[in-house]
Design a protein around this ligand. Structure first.
Ligand code: PLP
Length: 474
């Protein structure tokens, strides 16, 4: 392999789609000399096999997908079209800068757009997911304190946080300190003040938090942390709630990650690929992963001259195709990004108001892009939140996020996004109300759901540990 890389290194404009060129790169000893053991079926049979497989899957194109905290919104097909242009998809990542000005320009422009959207002073596009963005942000914060000669070792995280937050802080070597939420579902200020000391490097917050509630005390929190010399990390996976209305800079944050595969309409689910760029304030710029994409007035270039860079966190450019899709989405939306957030919040509040009688709503506050119900009334009749989720599948609706956040008993976390029509939302309401009613009159029907899916109840633990991916028609 080394020989291939050596060859590529100095090459210019290498086209990955040029078969002849590529075959010549492969050393003899790696070339296959057996025939391909492909099944002997007709094209039509092969098509039917794959169509049957795809029919067994659920996707946003097939039905409503109110999976809280995941922002399963519409991904415009034009994004795919432009990401598949040969100039992008066939360009070798080792191509010379002079031969890849277009791709560098795209990344530079995307950095600029994300700076404007987040209010931050610099953006790195490298991290490949939200969680990796968090880890990258934590590494930046750690290095900042190291260089300052103040090795702080604690990170405060609210008890409502997404599980990746404590995981990222811990992986980066920080001690995680949990701060509890008050009865309004917001960070308890008094509890926070008691936790703050000179060992605290940062607080990691999601705002709106995972209950879908805006942290009204965010400026006060920012003051408390900054007066202590600590930094504020913003988990921006749920940016869909606030685009164009406010930004993490205005709220006093120093580092933010975004999930392009949520807010910026690139497909996700099924494990990737995603992109989790991070933005930072000026004083943290010199710690970002290298390279950043810069422009000297004439050409775009990879800037490795970053004084205290934590290094690279992903090979080449991160998931470049995802960056193209997000950039196209941002260009297409323009000022309407604000309207997307407006409708996402409106849709969530609409559903919340329609459902809050039949289901309990532990935090009865105006919500942002999502809200969290509790299935405890239904549980009293022996119908669990899991049963409700399974029952929705019979109605061609993807289950909401369940049992998260953990501070809500039998949690049902619903995020409709801005993409859906009132008809879709009303249908969801009537299905949910029907499930609530049946939980009283005919709980057995809900408990035994789903009845119409290709596979019924599975052993969830076993399925996660030993997935059986064979296609077996039941
Ligand atoms: C989705 C999400 C993450 C993690 O993002 P990944 O891309 O799945 O790693 C982190 N925080 C919040 C609040 C999220 O919703």
């Amino acid at each position: 392999m080394q020989t291939i890389f050596e060859k590529d290194n100095g090459a210019s404009g290498i086209n990955l789609c040029d078969e002849e060129q590529n075959v010549n790169f492969i050393p003899e000893k790696f070339k296959r000399n057996l025939t391909l053991g492909l099944p002997n079926v007709s094209e039509l049979e092969a098509l039917r096999h794959y169509k049957a497989l795809s029919d067994m899957n659920f996707c946003i194109e097939k039905g409503f997908y109110p999976l809280g905290s995941c922002t399963m919104k519409y991904n415009p097909k034009v994004n795919e079209l432009l990401a598949s242009l040969e100039g992008f998809s066939c360009l070798h990542p080792y191509s010379n800068e002079s031969d890849s000005q277009g791709t560098l320009e795209l990344m530079y422009n995307l950095q600029q757009a994300l700076k404007e959207i987040t209010g931050m002073d610099a953006v790195s596009l490298q991290p490949a997911a939200g969680a990796q963005g968090e880890l990258t942000g934590m590494m930046v914060i750690k290095k900042y304190f190291e260089v300052k000669g103040e090795p702080r070792f604690k990170v405060i995280i609210p008890d409502s946080a997404h599980g990746t937050n404590p995981a990222s802080a811990h992986l980066c070597g920080f001690e995680v300190v949990s701060v509890k939420s008050d009865d309004k579902g917001q960070v308890d200020l008094e509890a926070l003040k008691n936790l703050v000391d000179k060992n605290v490097a940062a607080i990691m917050m999601t705002n709106p938090n995972t209950l879908g509630i805006f942290e009204k005390n965010v400026l006060e929190i920012s003051k408390i942390m900054h007066e202590n010399g600590s930094l504020l990390y913003y988990d921006g996976a749920n940016f869909n709630a606030i685009m164009g209305y406010t930004n993490p800079k205005l709220m006093g944050f120093d580092v933010v990650h975004l999930n392009l595969h949520k807010t910026f309409a690139t497909p996700h689910g099924g494990g990737g690929p995603g992109a989790g760029p991070i933005g930072v304030v000026e004083k943290l710029k010199e710690f970002l992963p290298a390279p950043l994409i810069d422009f000297d007035g004439k050409k775009y270039f990879k800037n490795y001259n970053i004084k205290h860079s934590i290094g690279s966190v992903k090979a080449f450019w991160g998931n470049f195709a995802v960056l193209i899709k997000a950039y196209v989405y941002i260009l297409m939306m323009g000022q309407n990004l604000k309207e997307a957030s407006e409708n996402a919040v409106l849709n969530a509040n609409y559903l919340k108001e329609k459902l809050k009688g039949a289901y309990s709503l532990p935090y009865d506050e105006p919500c942002m892009h999502e809200f969290v119900l509790s299935g405890d009334k239904q549980k009293a009749n022996g119908v669990s939140t899991l049963n409700i989720a399974k029952s929705l599948m019979d109605q061609n609706i993807h289950p909401p996020t369940v049992y998260f956040p953990q501070i809500v008993h039998e949690a049902i976390m619903i995020e409709p996004t801005e993409s859906e029509t009132k008809e879709v939302l009303d249908n969801f309401v009537s299905v949910m109300l029907d499930i609530a009613k049946k939980s009283e009159t005919n709980p057995k029907e809900i408990i035994s759901a789903p009845h119409s899916t290709p596979v019924k109840r599975i052993d969830e633990v076993l399925a996660a540990r030993k997935p059986d991916l064979k296609f077996v028609q039941q």
